[in-house]
Design a protein around this ligand. Structure first.
Ligand code: ADP
Length: 751
């Protein structure tokens, strides 16, 4: 009961929300009439940070803000005339963002405010108003990320873009069919087998009738030979045997199809995750992606292996029995299937709740996986800070939540399944009465009774099965939607159609490049420079200036919002990512080693490399000396993430990896900052080998390591502030000089 109350309360909340929005919309409409606003968005805070329900509409003339208290009440409408306002923008505060402008007296004023859930709308509105005031075309609404289903208006869950309510099931089935296409012949054979098995199942009651009415209870039974009886019994046995043999073949076929589909979907999903841009991947947690690749595909596999064949089998059987029974006794058939529409109506009524509960179950399950993955990934930090109990409690709380949702789910089914069974049983009682009267009136023989009883038993099998099927369908639907949500996700850093493989020479040019991780906040502005082939460019600046972001753009982990990045004069978007990445080498501050041997980790960059090449690369990087001292030399297995090696050793392996890949463009991101001075000297020597004849971009915390750079680019708040050699910039006494002096002071202090 509690569960049902909860569900209904939530449903009430949703419709109340919808009503509030339409009331606010109506209020705005009374002012703007039939004009279509350029942009609408919701806000939910007053200037004092109290919660309200607000809707804002922007037209060419004014900004209309309508809001009412959360608990309902009077709607307040505020109208801001765009002509007398200027300097539209937004300000991010703690946990909220406000849309602001200057009034006719030049004073700063706030139009509306929203918390972080609705900040996207406020920021897009600010872009919109800025575009309008500067006479640009207003295109912000097109850029706006769709966070609600356009059809039913429900908000998507975080990082989700699928609404299971609106035609989702149909879409999912079509997508599944498109994946199953190659297995269609096998599939058709198994469907034929389903028909054969169902046909034989239907034959059994008919043979039973012949056995009883025409052999055992026949008026002339004594005249019949044992031979004819034997033939009937034999045909019964052969039919049973055929049913079993064909069922085994059919199950084998379905198992083959489903395992092939499982492998295919898992590979599609894994490939897609690998191809997703870093931006897209970071919208999901590792736990979320792992849940989709492992559990969701497993749910699909179970459905395909067991439920789908069963569903076809029971469907064919049900249809056959209905036809057979209808030919013998239409009224009885009608009585038998009478409860079906009621059951179907019942499911249609609770369909929405079922989807909601399964979605919640999926999200809490995925959250539990995310926490577990985080804890295992950061187990050293957990141990160092003695947070084992806290983390265990955190995980325990999530698992408990998952259990509660699962329990709610099961309670709902424990209520629904007996209810549907009861409905079905009512139908059985009606039939019992009907058959009884027929026997009493001598309108039915014993054989016919046995036959009809067999059919009735047969018909209730599929009916009961179908009454439990929605549960499985909803569970599978939720998982499959999650799988295809990733597979069908648009790739924001995709190869252009004209993208080609090319041999890179090494000239890199930035032309007025602007970039922001989200469309409202620019991280890099108007970056223009050219790095010639073989040059070493040092990138320096305060923390957060945009150094790593610039490097991410060179590797095309993200695409620039405007401007162009050219490599040897070709736009980076016209070079295939495979070709670009295979000719770009990276050494990062934190080297990631895969669990495997030292040899495998070096050869990772070029699996086709010969042993001599790998050893040569290790020698050049200075790694060879320590590798040969390891217990199994190159065959030593490094622990997970290489944690059996020191930071300097891991770094030298990373350099060997980069040397082996022989990149034309090399990126060193704080490659030596985590090392002590002696190790740094070793790594510096290795790096000197590495950068020869390659265009290198290096970020270094210790500016002394960039002395040999051909040029230094100094970034300040996302813009290029200074460019020159170390000596030139020191003479200039600008930002770089300040950074050098600060480091010298620190070094003095330390000594
Ligand atoms: P630097 O390398 O100079 O220290 P970054 O390029 O890492 O600076 O960061 C520049 C700015 O971009 C910072 O304000 C940072 O918070 C922001 N930023 C960096 N990475 C992301 C990201 N993945 N998503 C959103 N903002 C980011």
């Amino acid at each position: 009961m509690n569960l049902l109350k909860k569900i209904f309360r939530r449903r009430g909340k949703f419709s109340k929300d919808k009503k509030t929005v339409s009331a606010l919309r109506e209020k705005i409409k009374t002012e703007i009439g039939e004009k279509v606003p350029i942009y609408n968005f919701r806000y939910n805070l007053t200037r004092e940070n109290s919660l309200i329900n607000g809707l804002c509409a922007i037209t060419e003339e004014a900004v209309y803000c309508a809001h009412m208290p959360q608990k309902g009440g009077e709607i307040t409408l505020e109208i801001y005339d765009i002509k007398v306002l200027s300097d539209f923008g937004f300000t991010k505060n703690y946990g909220c963002v406000s849309l602001e402008c200057r009034n006719a007296d030049g004073e700063l004023m706030e139009i509306c405010r929203a918390d972080t859930r609705l900040e996207e709308g406020v920021m897009t509105a600010s872009d919109c108003l800025c575009d309008m005031c500067s006479g640009h075309e207003v295109n912000a609404p097109k850029d706006k990320k769709n966070r609600t289903c356009p059809k039913c208006g429900r908000a998507y869950f975080k990082n989700s873009t699928t609404c299971l309510h609106c035609g989702g099931t149909k879409k999912i089935i079509m997508r599944l069919f498109s994946v199953a296409k190659p297995y269609l012949p096998l599939f058709l054979v198994s469907i034929l087998l389903f028909f054969a098995v169902s046909g034989l199942n239907l034959l059994i009651p008919e043979i039973n009738r012949v056995l009883i009415d025409e052999r055992i209870k026949a008026p002339n039974a004594s005249e019949l030979t044992f031979y004819s009886l034997f033939i009937v019994v034999l045909s019964l046995a052969v039919t049973q045997l055929a049913v079993n043999v064909l069922s085994v073949v059919r199950s084998g076929l379905m198992l083959k199809i489903s395992s092939k589909m499982l492998v295919k979907i898992r590979s599609m999903l894994f490939d897609k995750v690998q191809k997703m841009s870093i931006g897209k991947i970071s919208e999901h947690t590792a736990g979320d992606l792992i849940t989709r690749i492992t559990s969701d595909t497993q749910v699909l596999n179970e459905f395909l292996t067991y439920d789908f064949p069963e569903c076809i089998q029971q469907g064919v059987l049900l249809l056959g029995i209905i036809i057979f029974m209808a030919m013998k006794d239409p009224l009885m058939t009608f009585l038998a299937i009478l409860p079906c529409p009621v059951v179907m109506l019942m499911y249609a009524g609770i369909n929405r709740f079922m989807h909601r509960i399964y979605r919640r179950q999926w999200f809490v399950g995925s959250h539990a996986n995310t926490i577990m993955h985080d804890i295992f990934g950061g187990i050293r930090v957990v141990k160092v800070f003695g947070m084992e109990k806290t983390e265990a409690d955190k995980y325990g709380a999530t698992v408990l939540k998952e259990r509660n949702v699962r329990e709610q789910n099961e309670t709902l089914w424990n209520f629904i399944i007996p209810a549907t069974n009861l409905l079905m049983e009512l139908g059985e009682f009606v039939i019992l009465y009907y058959v009884g009267t027929k026997i009493l009136n001598k309108q039915m023989t014993l054989g016919e009774l046995t036959q009809m009883t067999s059919y009735i038993m047969l018909i209730y099998g599929p009916l009961r099965y179908f009454s439990r099927l929605p549960r499985k369908l909803v569970r599978t639907g939720t998982s499959v939607a999650k799988v295809f949500e990733i597979i069908d996700e648009e790739n924001d850093v995709a190869d252009a159609e004209s993208a080609r493989n090319m041999d890179i020479d090494g000239t890199v040019e930035f032309k007025n490049v602007c970039f922001g991780y989200n469309s409202h906040e620019t991280v890099l502005q108007n970056i223009s420079f050219t790095a010639g082939k073989g040059e070493m460019i040092g990138i320096v600046g305060h923390s957060g200036a945009g150094k790593s972001t610039l490097i991410n753009l060179i590797m095309r982990l993200y695409d620039a919002n405007s401007g162009e990045i050219l490599i040897d004069g070709v736009n980076i978007r016209d070079i295939s990512q495979e070709s670009l990445r295979s000719q770009t080498g990276v050494v990062l501050q934190e080297t990631f080693l895969f669990s495997g041997t030292v040899y495998d980790n070096i050869a990772y960059a070029k699996p086709s490399a010969s042993r001599d090449e790998v050893i040569r690369a290790a020698k050049l990087s200075g790694a060879h000396k320590f590798i040969i001292k390891l217990p199994d030399a190159y065959n030593t297995v490094v622990g997970e993430r290489g944690n059996t090696l020191s930071g300097g050793e891991r770094q030298r392996i990373a350099i060997a990896r980069a040397i082996l890949c022989n990149p034309k463009i090399l990126i060193l991101d704080e490659a030596t900052s985590a090392l002590d001075t002696k190790t740094e000297k070793l790594i510096q020597d290795a790096l000197a080998q590495l950068i020869k004849n390659r265009t290198t971009f290096a970020i270094a915390h210790r500016l002394s390591t960039l002395r040999n750079a051909t040029r230094l680019i100094v970034l300040d708040k996302g813009e290029i502030a200074e460019v020159g050699t170390h000596d030139e910039l020191v003479r200039k006494k600008g930002i770089y000089y300040g950074l050098v002096m600060a480091q010298r002071q620190m070094a003095k202090g330390e000594s």
